[in-house]
Structures are given as C-alpha cells and as structure tokens.
Design a protein around this ligand. Sequence first.
Ligand SMILES: Cc1cc2nc3c(=O)[nH]c(=O)nc-3n(C[C@H](O)[C@H](O)[C@H](O)COP(=O)(O)OP(=O)(O)OC[C@H]3O[C@@H](n4cnc5c(N)ncnc54)[C@H](O)[C@@H]3O)c2cc1C
Length: 482
Amino acid sequence: MNNLRTVAVIGGGISGLSTAYALYEQAAAAGIPIRCTVIDAASAWGGKIVTHRIGDLVTEAGPDSFLSQKPAGLDLCAKLGLTDQLINTNETGKRASVYSQGRLHELPEGLVVIVPSQLGPFLRSGLLSWTGLARMGLDLAVPANRSPGDESLAAFFRRRVGRQAFERMLEPLMAGIYAGDAEQMSIQATFPRFIELEQQYGSVIRGMMATRKAGSTALHSGPKRTMFISLKNGLSDLVSALVRQLTDRGVILRENCAVDALRVRSHQPGRWMYDLILNDGSALSVDSLVLATPAYVSAELVRPLTPIAGGLLEMIPYASTATIAMAYPRAAVSSAAEGFGFVVPRAEGRDLIAATWTSLKWPHRAPPDQLLVRCYVGGVGREAILKLDDQALIARVRAELASMCGVTAEPGYVEVNRWIRAMPQYTLGHLERLNQIEAALSRYGGLVLTGAGYRGVGIPDCIRDGAAAAERVVRYLLGERS
Ligand SMILES: Cc1cc2nc3c(=O)[nH]c(=O)nc-3n(C[C@H](O)[C@H](O)[C@H](O)COP(=O)(O)OP(=O)(O)OC[C@H]3O[C@@H](n4cnc5c(N)ncnc54)[C@H](O)[C@@H]3O)c2cc1C
C-alpha cells in the first residue's frame, strides 16, 4: 500500500503502549493507514508496571494503584474491557498515619487534600502543636502571591500554611509521591491546582472547602470509585490487555530490542525520515517517531539532531528508590497494622519514606491468614541506602518497622525491587524547560516526546499524554506542520 505511513514508538511502558493504542484509534478515525512498531529494550512489556504473583500473594514492584479522579486510566480500562476487574480500596480502615516525633498520628480522612473532613479528630491527633495549627489557619488571611514565577513546593506551602503543617503533613504526602525534595520541586509542574486555588479564593483552605462542597453536590454517574483504584489481579493486567489489543491490531511489538541511536533524513522541507539504529545492528526507518523513553534516554537519542534539546532533557533529574514487600503471618502483626499505612516526613531523618499495609488496603492481594506490607526507601537525597545489598536493606527496613510500629515478627516472604533513576523530578522551572525542549525540537515534525518525565508521573497522566502524542503524530501524518 503506497500511502501506508510508518510510525515507531520507542519504550513499551504505559506511556508507549497507550500511545500506540491511541494511535491506531486516531489514525483509523482520520483514515490514515499506518504500520506501527513498538520497541522496548526490556524482555517484558510495561516498564515500571510489574506485578508478581507468588502463590496467593500479589505484589506490585512498581505502581500499585492509580488515581480515579483523572479519567484517562478509568477510560482506558473500560476500552480494554477491564472495568469489572477494577477494585476500590477497602472501605473499612480507610485511614493513613504520619510518623512524627516518635509516634504514629492518624490522619483523618480528607487530609490528603489538606482540609480534614472532621476537625475534632485532627485536633486530637496531636500531629500539629497549637501554634502550628494557628499558623495553618492563617492561610485564610495570608495574601495571595500574584507574581507569575515558579515556586518550590516547600516555599509555596510554608508561605500558605506554615512550616509545621508543611513539614509534618504535606511534605510526606505530596513530595513522597515523587520521592522528591520539596525544596527543589516545582509547584507549577506538580500541584498547579493549589496555585489556582490561591489565585481564585485567596486561600488554599478556603478553596479546598469550596471545591469539596461543589464536588459533593455534583452528580456522579457509574459505580462509586475510591480515590485510588487498582486491578484485582494486579496492574500488569492493564499491560497484558494493551499488548493483546495491539497485537490483534497488527502492531509489531519488539521486546529485547534497544534503540541505540537516531538519525534523520529529509527529502522535502519539513518532512523527515527517522532512522533508528537497533542494538542488533539493524536499522528501522519510519515517517514518524514517538520517544516514550525516560528523558535521559531520549536526551541521548535526540542529541545528534539538536544538542540543545539533548542538554535540556538531560537536566530532568531522576530519583532512585526501592520497594520492599514482606508477607507476615497475620496474627503476628495484626495489632501493629492499622489503616492503610503511614508516611514519614523527611524532617524525621529516617530511612523509611512510607509503608503500606497492602492487604488491608487491597484485601485480594494476600490470603486472609497473611498480611502484606510494602515499604519504600530512597528518593532524592536519601539514595545512599540503595547501596546496601538486599539482606542489609531488608534488615534496615525491618528495624524501621520495629521502632515505628512495633513489628518484630519474621516475614515469611520478602522481595526487594530496586528502581534506579526511575522517578522523574519536576524541579523548579520544569514547565519552562519543557517549552524550550519543544522549541528546540520544533523543526523535526513527526518526532514527539511522551512519558512520565514531562507532564505527569501518574499512570493516568502517562495515558493522557500518550493519547496527546498520538494526536500530534496523526496531525503530522495528515500533513499539518507542527
Ligand atoms: C516504585 C514506584 C511506584 C509508583 N507508584 C505509582 C502509583 O502507585 N500510581 C501511579 O499512578 N504511578 C506510580 N508510579 C509512577 C508510574 O509507575 C510511572 O511514572 C509510569 O509507569 C512510567 O511509565 P512510562 O511508560 O512513562 O515509563 P517507563 O515505565 O519507565 O517505560 C519506559 C520504557 O522505555 C524502555 N527503554 C528505555 N531505554 C530504551 C531504549 N534505548 N530502547 C528501547 N526501549 C527503551 C524501558 O525498558 C521501559 O520499558 C510509581 C513509580 C515507581 C518507580
């Protein structure tokens, strides 16, 4: 077929796979026949999404759930026929705690969005002192910052709610998601909603209260979803379903195949052929190319085309972390394990970032006589612990659990998953950097970047951005110069 257009997607994580999926949908709708090849260096598809099934245990090495409020994840599950596999978090025991000043403090429901739904339990939790609480309340009076520049997450929240509320409560909940350092993280790129609330309501707390009220009166259709949702047998079912559908649609899937280099040729102004040099020495030439690889990989690939874009991409730092899953006999830990788990503020100076009582949060993940916990270590400025070998790392994590919540039992099952350069950091100026990268790449129509390194690290963000990347490719193939 003469008008068949070729596209390659490099990287078969959720970003790359959902780009390829959207590409087929959108190209079909636009009437463009395409042949798409998805290439991944690893032997398994899914990138960071890795589910392990060990007997009756289901563990997640990487992500264990995704936000239901961002529709892209739910929508993709529906298209893939996975809706009946979606699970809510356990309705009972829906609580999280913060480890602060030598003990766990329970966070009342709703605190994740700053304003506790019930003030009484929050006051009694003792997490904040009276002066800390009073300073937090000053958010209602502190004038909004009207200057348009970026601000660190730490600076924004210290300014609004004070140091104590920020350090003890918001830092572990918000920076923890990115395994990041709130002093370096960009509020514009990570939690822009709070800037909007400050601008619109003059106060983050007032804004949260107003939007919560509006949300509670809004009509919701479909089944009720908790804030985080997952798939019953693990998130890798999402990957398998995508791979199945892509295969059925004739997408060529090449695993164990790294792209070593990228070259570009042009036969007419504004139109390019992209030549991929693969690790087996062969080459693949395509009309359009999506790089869904981590930014530091994409940096090396685009550097020969534009050193400026290469340099800017390389400036997006990535943090390393590890997750340690342990299964205990339930009776041995049931008195210590409460709620969904706890987070640990950076200011505490501990090894543990957070611990999730996985099988209390998702009861299907372990048989009733066992309790599965997942611990997180590492992150920006706390990566030294990852130099330990597995035995030493497990010993450190167990010592943390013993001192923080009294778990001293011997786990019957342990697994360590190391994630080196895995969590992109949206540091100050991130959005401006993205604009500069776009500008530097603008002459290469048909070359599109997507992935967790740019416009959201969560699974729904990656799916949404993948669909947007597919749209750009289709527009290019239709002949619109970007
Ligand atoms: C420990 C951990 C916990 C997380 N928890 C959550 C969570 O609970 N909820 C949530 O929403 N998000 C979570 N995230 C974030 C989310 O999982 C990731 O942001 C997302 O999965 C990244 O997807 P991606 O496709 O952009 O990148 P990746 O998954 O990194 O995929 C990139 C792919 O590119 C391939 N590749 C690299 N170089 C080359 C090359 N030269 N040639 C070919 N292929 C190459 C890699 O093999 C990889 O498969 C978590 C992340 C981690 C690490």
